[in-house]
Ligand binder design. Structure first.
Ligand code: ADP
Ligand code: ASP
Ligand code: MG
Length: 410
């Protein structure tokens, strides 16, 4: 007998019929003698609908009330699945985040899980219940409802698996595993049998939304056995996230390509090139709780330099306002430029550690396609570039081909 946590995403619970299918799969695992905890997302589109509704009321919705509202989508699906399971003759019980409870900090809309009590759940599991837990939500120390950031049900799933020391956490979604890149952009993308935890962490942080990054962090920290599978197929092993590099396997140099259209670029032009400039610009941005991703500073000409960095598009307007008000006048900078039509394309692979020339191959491929690179950042296992958004698909396809990702490996 194993304890399995299964998380189903929005498309997988998109209507009553699909929820019945989920119930069938859960019943199959129960019939094999396993204990099952199910974590659900809201029906696909529901969280977006709720956010749009809140924005009709307030252009920047109050974060506490927004969380009260957007946590409701998951409350609907857990109740529906519990009903479907009961119809199949199983003992089932739905749990909202606060009923577990899943304790988080109080950072509304992007709260972090701090603690999960497993007592009630264990007692119910031992009693033969299937537990159906609402993903994406928790409760802070004062009893306020919180949510975990978009895609946060993945994190609920993995965190529950960690808390319950589950044998496996299965993430059921609308693709049958983790691919070399988003199969919706590159039809030739190949499903990976395994991907290392480190690579998955990079892929998720660089924009592959198949797993929320925090779920991968949790899996790493608590060594949760994590697998991504299709909820629409009966068979298939999906993709296993592994913690060791497989020495027996021919390791591809590049495992995958990620892309991200959520960033915007800001350039402060003509700032005096003297100590403290980066701090004056980025310190002000950090004080406003805005995360900065890539940064470049040009060499100076006539004692002046340009300073560029990227932020999330949601923070773009706020960052521009802040720089205009506080930083540009104080620095005596000449101009402030913004570009929201950029994207970041990244190649990821632990094989990059032991191979030189991978980044330069990436640059060559992009230059052959006539794509201008605006920014570059590298780490041991990834190289990212910022390019014009309109070339994103072209860049991803060209790189996917050039690095032979469409060819079976080994
Ligand atoms: P869910 O609602 O089940 O959480 P998501 O939409 O959050 O599903 O994540 C699944 C989607 O992630 C896929 O439909 C696919 O378009 C996208 N995706 C992006 N990169 C990848 C990748 N490398 N492998 C698989 N899917 C990817
Ligand atoms: N329903 C939430 C969202 O759409 C959480 C999730 O699906 O993981 O972001
Ligand atoms: Mg998701």
């Amino acid at each position: 007998m194993a304890l399995i946590v299964q998380k189903y995403g929005g498309t997988s619970v998109g209507n009553v019929e699909r929820i019945r299918n989920v119930a069938q799969r859960v019943a199959k695992y129960k019939a094999q003698g396993h204990q099952v905890v199910v974590v659900l997302s809201a029906m696909s589109g529901e969280t977006n609908r709720l956010i749009a509704l809140a924005r009709e009321m307030q252009s920047t919705p109050d974060p506490r009330e927004l969380d009260v509202m957007i946590s409701t989508g998951e409350q609907v699906t857990i109740a529906l699945l519990a009903m479907a399971l009961k119809d199949l003759g199983l003992k089932a019980k739905s749990y909202t985040g606060w009923q577990v409870p899943i304790l988080t900090d109080n950072a509304y809309t992007k709260a972090r899980i701090e603690d999960i009590s497993d007592e009630k759940m264990r007692a119910d599991l031992d009693d033969g219940y299937v537990l159906v837990v609402a993903g994406f939500q928790g409760v802070d120390g004062d009893g306020n409802i919180t949510t975990l950031g978009r895609g946060g049900s993945d994190t609920t799933g993995v965190a529950l698996a960690a808390a319950l020391k589950a044998d496996e956490c299965q993430i059921y979604t609308d693709v049958d595993g983790v691919y070399t890149t988003d199969p919706r952009i590159v039809p030739e993308a190949r499903k990976l049998k395994t991907i290392t935890f480190e690579e998955m962490l990079e892929m998720a942080s660089l924009g592959s939304k198949v797993l929320q990054i925090r779920s991968v962090e949790f899996a790493g920290k608590y060594k949760v056995k994590l697998r991504v599978l299709s909820s629409f197929e009966e068979e298939g092993d999906g993709t296993l996230i592994t913690f060791e590099e497989d020495d027996n396997m021919e390791q591809a140099i590049i495992s995958g390509i990620a892309f991200n259209r959520d960033e915007a670029k800001i350039t402060v032009q003509g700032v005096p090139d003297k100590p403290g400039i980066a701090y004056q610009i980025l310190g002000a941005v950090a004080d406003a709780n805005i995360e900065v991703d890539m940064i470049i500073q040009n060499i100076s000409k006539d004692g002046k330099t340009d300073f560029s960095f990227t932020v999330n598009r949601n923070d773009f307007a706020r960052t521009i306002d802040l720089l205009k008000d506080k930083v540009v006048p104080a620095l005596g900078a000449q101009d402030l430029l913004g570009d929201t039509k950029i994207c970041k394309v990244s190649i990821v692979g632990i094989g990059m550690r032991s191979h030189v020339g991978i980044a330069s191959k990436m640059f060559r491929v992009l230059s052959e396609e006539g794509i201008n690179i605006q920014m570059i950042s590298t780490s041991e296992i990834k190289t990212s570039v910022v390019i014009d958004e309109k070339y994103m698909e072209l860049a991803v396809r060209a790189l996917h081909k050039a690095f032979d990702l469409d060819q079976p490996k080994g």
